[in-house]
Design a protein around this ligand. Structure first.
Ligand code: FMN
Length: 243
């Protein structure tokens, strides 16, 4: 089972990840980071209205990620480091995916903040006609593995069809926030359906906040799981190390 710290903008930096990796994680995700001027401008608007975001200019973001990766590798050399990133075109993602020692570049098709969606990024990526080409271009040009993080049950989007598209585009991981509107647990049925129908490695995410939900997540057939909110306190009150 692959155990992943999920990205949280403004929170999951190297210092935070170094503290929580010892709970038993195999992959630590930095970011989300914005990698081009439109996404950086969107992030700044989000910050202006008081929400947490990382704030780096184009001049500093790539060297910043490299230094964060090395800060983790220095302490936890066996952990894979991933960076969750947004950009309007593949090129900045390719540049990030070739950062030395970065193991996984994660394309953010998940963020639902208005400022990011308005420029066609985050979950709006799921509506792009050229999404498959976008992902393939990244896959074909980076040294790292490629993960695509999506949100499930986005209105008007067939999540299973998107899972097939991401697999066919050559990504290594489908990281899926199986959020279901109106309930406080992941959409276990949808995750099971996806795991039964794709061969790509599936990292299930959402509501892994107790041993009970962790077992429900594992029962869906995922190859791994990720946790965001429950690691914030740095005090996971259920043991993930036996899975
Ligand atoms: C404060 C905060 C910031 C987040 N930032 C990001 C992000 O930058 N990129 C991303 O893909 N997901 C982001 N997420 C979503 C989480 O990675 C995760 O998908 C979501 O919280 C559900 O998982 P959980 O139930 O384990 O918290 C964020 C979540 C929180 C709470």
């Amino acid at each position: 089972m692959i155990k992943v710290v999920a990205p949280m903008a403004g929170i999951t930096d190297a210092e935070f990840l170094n503290k929580v990796i010892p709970y038993g994680f195999d992959v630590a995700t930095l970011g989300g980071y914005s990698l081009d001027q439109p996404t950086i401008d969107a992030s700044r608007k989000i910050i202006e209205r008081g929400r947490n975001e990382f704030d780096f200019s184009l001049d500093e973001i790539f060297s910043h990620i490299e230094s964060e990766v090395n800060s983790i590798k220095k302490v936890h050399s066996n952990v894979k480091v991933s960076a969750n990133v947004r950009a309007t075109t593949p090129r900045p993602l390719i540049k990030a995916g070739n950062i030395k020692n970065l193991d996984i570049i994660e394309i953010n098709c998940h963020c639902r903040q208005d400022e990011i969606v308005a420029i066609g990024c985050g979950q709006e990526m799921l509506n792009r006609q050229d999404l498959a080409d976008f992902i393939s271009e990244v896959v074909d040009n980076v040294d790292s593995e490629v993960s695509v993080k999506i949100r499930a049950n986005v209105e008007g989007i067939d999540t299973l069809a998107i899972a097939h598209l991401i697999e066919d585009a050559g990504a290594d991981y489908l990281h899926i926030d199986a959020m279901k509107k109106g309930v406080f647990e992941a959409d276990w049925e949808l995750l099971t359906e996806i795991c039964n129908n794709v061969d790509i490695k599936v990292i299930g995410n959402n509501s892994v906040n107790s041993r009970e939900n962790l077992e429900k997540m594992i029962d869906t057939g995922v190859d791994g799981f990720s946790i965001a909110r429950s690691v914030i306190s740095g005090n996971l009150d259920f043991d993930i190390s036996n899975f």
